[in-house]
Design a protein. Structure first.
Length: 117
C-alpha cells in the first residue's frame, strides 16, 4: 500500500510565501514523476508543476513557484512565492509509483492554501 501525505498549507497574505511538502510512503520500489495540481472552488483540477525535465510549470505560476525533490525521503516540495489570491485552492500531490507488481498514479488528500488579506 502506498500513501502520499501533503503538508504546509495555510493562510497567507498576498505577496507571501508557503512551502508545501508531499511525502510518499509504503511499499515503494521506485518513484517516477512527482507533481502538484490544484483545485479552486467551482473549478476543475489543474496542473501546477512537475519534476519532469528539471521542472515544468503552469504559465500562471512560472517565476513564482519552484519544485524540488528529495529522493532519499521520497518527498517533493513546492515553494510558492509572491502568492496571489488566485492561487487559493486545495493543492494535491501526484506521483507515478512502482510498487510490488504494479505501476500506478497516486494522489494525496490535499492541503488547503488560502491567499487573503
Amino acid at each position: 500500500q502506498v500513501q502520499l501525505v501533503e503538508s504546509g498549507g495555510g493562510l497567507v497574505q498576498p505577496g507571501g510565501s508557503l512551502r508545501l511538502s508531499c511525502a510518499a510512503s509504503g511499499s515503494i520500489v521506485s518513484i517516477n514523476v512527482m507533481a502538484w495540481y490544484r483545485q479552486a472552488p467551482g473549478k476543475e483540477r489543474e496542473f501546477v508543476a512537475s519534476t519532469t525535465s528539471g521542472g515544468r510549470f503552469a504559465d500562471s505560476v512560472k517565476g513564482r513557484f519552484t519544485i524540488s525533490r528529495d529522493n532519499a525521503k521520497n518527498t517533493v516540495y513546492l515553494q510558492m512565492n509572491s502568492l496571489k489570491p488566485d492561487d487559493t485552492a486545495v493543492y494535491y500531490c501526484n506521483a507515478g509509483i512502482t510498487s510490488y507488481g504494479s505501476y500506478d498514479a497516486y494522489w494525496g488528500q490535499g492541503t488547503q492554501v488560502t491567499v487573503s488579506s
